[in-house]
Ligand binder design. Sequence first.
Ligand code: NDP
Length: 251
Amino acid sequence: MTGKSPVLLVTGGSRGIGAAVSIAAARQGWAVAVNYASNKVAAETVVAAIRDGGGEAIAVAGDVGVADDIQAIFSVVDQHFGRLDGLVNNAGIVDLPQRVDEMTPERLERMFRINITGSILCAGQAVRRMSTRHGGKGGAIVNISSMAAVLGSAGQYVDYAASKGAIDTFTIGLAREVVTEGIRVNAVRPGVIDTDIHASGGLPDRARDLGPTIPMQRAGTPDEIADAVLYLVGPQASYITGSILNVSGGR
Ligand code: NDP
């Protein structure tokens, strides 16, 4: 079916920043495809919150580190909504803190496959659907980078930082590639945001510990990132493409 609401796909929409983006998007009138990798319960909780608020959403399983899964995610969006107007490339991982001389090829392959290859492949699928070159009506893509892209995460996650640096470069290149096809491409660089990712990165108290070192003296919230993402993906940013917005409390 083809609904009236614009449709937004949020990768990694089940928790943290992606969940906040999904819920905020629904409040602004988007129908939302909430992608998740393994946490179906969390994704369904986000979908239920959206529906309780009168919005439209579905949960869509799929690992953005697996090319076939990406095809399947977009097929579900096609079948359910029949249109796509925006993509938030949010799904991303960190790994345990390590120095570069401890990092294995397996760690690096997984990091880059999920954080950058997955984002590029998802963008490709979105462009096929949204580009006026392919008969689409245009749209917007927002990539989630990180302040790590410019700060480097020395001694902990230089691989993660490099994957986010690649997100920045990809954002600039893709914005230019599709600028005449009705598609805007921007990125948000979150600073330290209080989510589960720090526990999966082996530093569960990172947001609390780093808070006092941030110019604004605190970690950010997922909602504060969602506000920036929704601005960039929405019509108020109609003249913005190729931009990367720091949302980092001054960090
Ligand atoms: P969380 O760990 O809290 O949530 C990660 C989300 O991504 C979950 O919904 C998870 O799904 C999903 N996900 C993980 N791997 C995959 C995958 N392979 N395929 C599909 N979905 C996947 O992370 P955050 O909300 O903190 O981070 C979101 C983005 O923001 C990431 O790109 C991260 O790098 C970036 N960021 C975060 C910062 C922070 O301080 N929190 C700072 C800077 C950038 P499931 O629930 O199924 O596991």
